[in-house]
Design a protein around this ligand. Structure first.
Ligand SMILES: *[C@@H]1O[C@H](CO)[C@@H](O)[C@H](O)[C@H]1NC(C)=O
Ligand SMILES: *[C@@H]1O[C@H](CO)[C@@H](O)[C@H](O)[C@H]1NC(C)=O
Ligand SMILES: *[C@@H]1O[C@H](CO)[C@@H](O)[C@H](O)[C@H]1NC(C)=O
Ligand SMILES: *[C@@H]1O[C@H](CO)[C@@H](O)[C@H](O)[C@H]1NC(C)=O
Ligand SMILES: *[C@@H]1O[C@H](CO)[C@@H](O)[C@H](O)[C@H]1NC(C)=O
Ligand SMILES: *[C@@H]1O[C@H](CO)[C@@H](O)[C@H](O)[C@H]1NC(C)=O
Ligand SMILES: *[C@@H]1O[C@H](CO)[C@@H](O)[C@H](O)[C@H]1NC(C)=O
Ligand SMILES: [Fe+2]
Length: 461
């Protein structure tokens, strides 16, 4: 059954390459709504032991990949904020001390949320780390990235809009079992979907963090804020946007001279990753605008050939859901993306999958009428991958006809991997949840825009 489906999809894809327009996949899936896993599910179980650390997660802790932020929650009492860590096969345990915080949201009170940055790590090294004390201590591990450099191969996973349904669990399982072996997740926003519960029941922030611990305690997830992170509820007195998100998830924004945790950059191996915020001001003169204007010229493609941008709301989206929501930010920043030859933009928000050809729409100046996307080999490929499987279900109402720039679109849950081989080539593949772990429903070779600006489109112009 699974094999038959894969062969069928491959046949359709092959046919699409031969005709002139992009492809709307005819893959048929059941349209059932996604259901959140109940609170007593195995994936939400707290670890045993008094005050045992839970919800352990890591992310990059500096600009170049020599630091890691370790975060976790204790429930009974603050406990220790110390992380002990040691390189594989070494006996000396290093110690770093973090801090904890706590927040209230309406009538919810969080546990003790610890954040500790461990620094001066060696590249390409497996480290073990331990949090908690005594018999409740827990040990995890991660591998640091290679030193930043132009030909350092590296594989990123790409996940968005995950939530905590049975489908979310399937997406995460497929990512873990994907033979492409993602080393770091580029997460394009909308984490827990706790805000779908009455009073934004923040218990669902805790369950989400326990659910994803099995991946994010062992490899960093690079965070992007989505609309479900805003948690703005004046009706119940909650007027500080992003309160749960910023208390729980830390990012190294100061290392890229950003002034807020919603936009920042990191270098990792041969990639330069810029994270933007669809839900922070981005117009001219705003802090995000000024930061991005200063940031893009700093990217040195001889050092980091691959320029990747993450944001939540997509600019090129031919789904009727969230149609044109990304348009105002596109108008502000798209000329820069073309000028600086961004390789790929990953976005979420729309609960489906879509990949564009390289297009731009930057000629319009209000009076010249030039407002259609055109093929542009200096432009990024835009990928919408808000298909993690959250409670809101699939966005399965596509605009017709499919626009020319849209290379592939399908309303299915899944995840992708972006596997950088060297400064010229990166292999990208999207995996739908209904297929076997190794099946690629959509894939292509990316040619780097700086080093190898050869047409890599997959549909004839
Ligand atoms: C650590 O030890 C294991 C088992 O002896 C070995 O397979 C591995 O290569 C060692 N790693 C390093 C970095 O020396
Ligand atoms: C918070 O308030 C809601 C509505 O009054 C109630 O249903 C819920 O049980 C309360 N939760 C806590 C932790 O008090
Ligand atoms: C979630 O997926 C894991 C790994 O496949 C499995 O062990 C677990 O039972 C699943 N839990 C639920 C509630 O689906
Ligand atoms: C941040 O700004 C400082 C001071 O201007 C500068 O030395 C540093 O290189 C900048 N860092 C980055 C990553 O741009
Ligand atoms: C860019 O990176 C290369 C390789 O690391 C380095 O040799 C060069 O000096 C850098 N250029 C600038 C302007 O920093
Ligand atoms: C699909 O979207 C169009 C445009 O927004 C709308 O008119 C139509 O009713 C939608 N169809 C379904 C089945 O939701
Ligand atoms: C870069 O990787 C691609 C794909 O693996 C390969 O075909 C190409 O020869 C590599 N380039 C260099 C210079 O090694
Ligand atoms: Fe969203």
């Amino acid at each position: 059954m699974v094999v038959a489906v894969a062969v069928f999809a491959a046949t359709v894809l092959h046919a699409a390459i031969l005709c002139s327009a992009g492809m709307t996949s005819s893959f048929v899936r059941s349209p059932q709504k996604s259901v959140d896993m109940p609170l007593d599910s195995d994936v939400f179980k707290a670890p045993p032991g008094y005050n045992a650390p839970q919800q352990v997660h890591i992310t990059q802790g500096d600009h170049v990949g020599e630091a890691v932020i370790v975060s976790w929650v204790t429930v009974e009492e603050p406990g220790s904020s110390i992380v002990q860590y040691w390189a594989e096969n070494t006996s000396h345990k290093h110690k770093a001390e973090g801090k904890f915080n706590k927040y209230k949201f309406y009538n919810y009170t969080s546990g003790y949320i610890h954040h500790c940055t461990i620094r001066k790590l060696q590249h390409d090294t497996k480290y073990y780390y331990e949090v908690g004390v005594g018999s409740s201590a827990r040990t995890f591990w991660f591998t640091t990235p290679p030193k930043v450099g132009p030909d350092a191969p590296y594989t990123f996973g790409v996940i968005g809009d995950l939530g905590q349904t049975y489908d979310s669990n399937i997406t995460l399982t497929h990512y873990e079992k994907n033979p492409n072996k993602g080393q770091t997740v580029l997460y394009v926003g909308d984490l827990s979907y706790a805000d779908n519960y009455p009073f934004h029941d923040n218990v669902r922030w805790d369950t989400w963090a326990r659910f994803v611990e099995r991946s994010v305690a062992y490899q960093p997830w690079i965070w992007t804020a989505g609309n479900h992170e805003i948690d703005f509820v004046p009706e119940i007195g909650e007027t500080k946007p992003f309160k749960p998100y910023t208390n729980r998830y830390r990012v190294p924004y100061k290392a890229s001279n950003s002034t807020a945790p919603f936009w920042y950059s990191v270098k990792r191996a041969s990639a330069y990753i810029i994270v933007l915020s669809s839900y922070s001001a981005y117009g001219k003169y705003t802090p995000q605008y000024q930061w991005l204007e200063d940031e893009l010229p700093k990217v040195n493609r001889s050092e980091t050939p691959w320029l990747i941008v993450l944001m939540h709301s997509p600019w090129y989206n031919s789904n009727t859901y969230h149609y044109m929501e990304g348009e105002t930010m596109r108008v502000m920043y798209e000329p820069w993306f073309v000028k600086y030859k961004v390789d790929v933009v990953f976005a979420g928000h729309v609960h489906a999958y879509e990949r564009s050809e390289r297009v731009s729409n930057i000629a319009y100046n209000i009076i010249n009428g030039l407002c259609s996307p055109v093929s542009d080999q200096s432009a990024p490929v835009y990928i919408t991958i808000g298909d993690g499987g959250n409670i809101e279900g699939l966005a399965n109402n596509l605009t017709e006809p499919q626009p020319k720039y849209s290379a592939y679109r399908e309303a299915s849950f899944g995840h992708a991997t972006f596997s950088i081989k060297n400064r010229t080539h990166s292999y990208y593949s999207w995996h739908r949840n209904q297929d076997g772990y190794a099946v690629e429903a959509d894939s292509l070779w990316f040619f780097n825009r700086f080093w190898h600006q050869i047409d890599d489109s997959t549909t004839a112009a």
